[in-house]
Design a protein around this ligand. Structure first.
Ligand SMILES: C[S@@+](CC[C@H](N)C(=O)[O-])C[C@H]1O[C@@H](n2cnc3c(N)ncnc32)[C@H](O)[C@@H]1O
Length: 269
């Protein structure tokens, strides 16, 4: 690993792993939760710290088999420490572009991962290969271009967010991946796709409102330095965006809607 990658990963390790840890199968991957049955085998690609993957293992029970894969070894280490004793569950460091499985799993899933990839079609082809014939592929992901805050957050955050989307798309990532998933599925030769809206809505009355709406303050804090190094904003700009957003969260914010779709199919060939 080069030093920039190591530094980027270290910066991410605190706040964003808290976000990953706060997720669960039933809250954060709802469509998959509805589909799981006892004894199923599941591959969860880009499992992060394994919070959702643990829920999958609990849902399929000890007669099932669940493998969580992530290309970040630090996250896999955390996943093993937190959830490694769950029956039927294992975690492996691995790359979605290089999965070592062929026709092996009843379900292959990935949540909030393809939006980070520069070649999501290649990733989807690998996921298809890992699924049994007759198995299911279920992807949940965002369209960050359709985010909705009520009311609008401070201009400093809007400006940070727009720099963030540009930084991502200049790196070849598709900010609107959710709405492109059906096309990607078709390009892998998959027919019979089902799309289920899974928009993540948080409102002030929710007990975890500040944690969930705070994801963008955490993002300014954790990604800001990397974006500054890449020339997309200054330190002053991302520090101000975080500070003013946190004040807005406490006083004015009413809701956040993160646009998300779950797209699924059965592997025919
Ligand atoms: C936003 S997190 C989502 C984690 C979890 N699925 C969830 O929904 O909370 C994206 C994850 O994808 C992983 N990832 C990114 N590129 C990957 C790749 N090429 N192969 C495997 N995992 C990857 C990251 O390390 C990170 O843990």
């Amino acid at each position: 690993m080069d030093t920039t990658t190591a530094r980027n990963r270290a910066e991410l390790s605190g706040k964003l792993t808290n976000v990953l840890d706060s997720r669960s199968l039933t809250k954060s991957h709802k469509r998959l939760a509805e589909m799981l049955t006892e004894g199923t085998t599941v591959l969860d690609v880009g499992c992060g710290t394994g919070a959702i993957t643990r829920g999958i293992a609990e849902a399929v029970g000890p007669n099932g088999r669940v493998v969580g894969i992530d290309n970040n070894p630090n996250l896999i280490e955390k996943a093993r420490q937190a959830h490694g004793d769950t029956p039927g569950l294992t975690f492996e460091t691995g790359d979605i572009y290089n999965l070592a499985y062929e026709e092996e799993f009843d379900m292959v899933t990935s949540a909030r991962v393809l939006i980070w990839l520069s070649d999501p079609l290649k990733a989807l082809k690998m996921m298809k290969t890992a699924a049994k014939i007759g198995g299911r592929i279920v992807i949940a992901d965002y369209n960050h271009e359709k985010i909705l805050w009520e009311p609008q957050p401070p201009a400093s955050m809007l400006s940070f967010y727009s720099a963030y989307l540009k930084w991502r798309s200049d790196a070849g990532r598709n900010n609107a991946i959710a709405d492109h998933l059906p096309d990607l599925f078709q390009k892998t030769g998959i027919e019979g796709i089902t799309v289920t809206p899974q928009h993540e809505i948080t409102k002030r009355a929710d007990s975890d409102f500040l944690t969930r709406i705070g994801i963008w303050a955490d993002t300014a804090s954790s990604r800001g330095a990397q974006m500054e190094r890449d020339g997309y904003l200054t330190e002053k700009e991302y520090v101000e965006a975080e500070k003013e957003y946190r004040e807005w969260m406490m006083q004015d914010a009413q809701s956040l809607t993160m646009y998300m779709l779950a797209v699924e199919c059965v592997r025919q060939l």
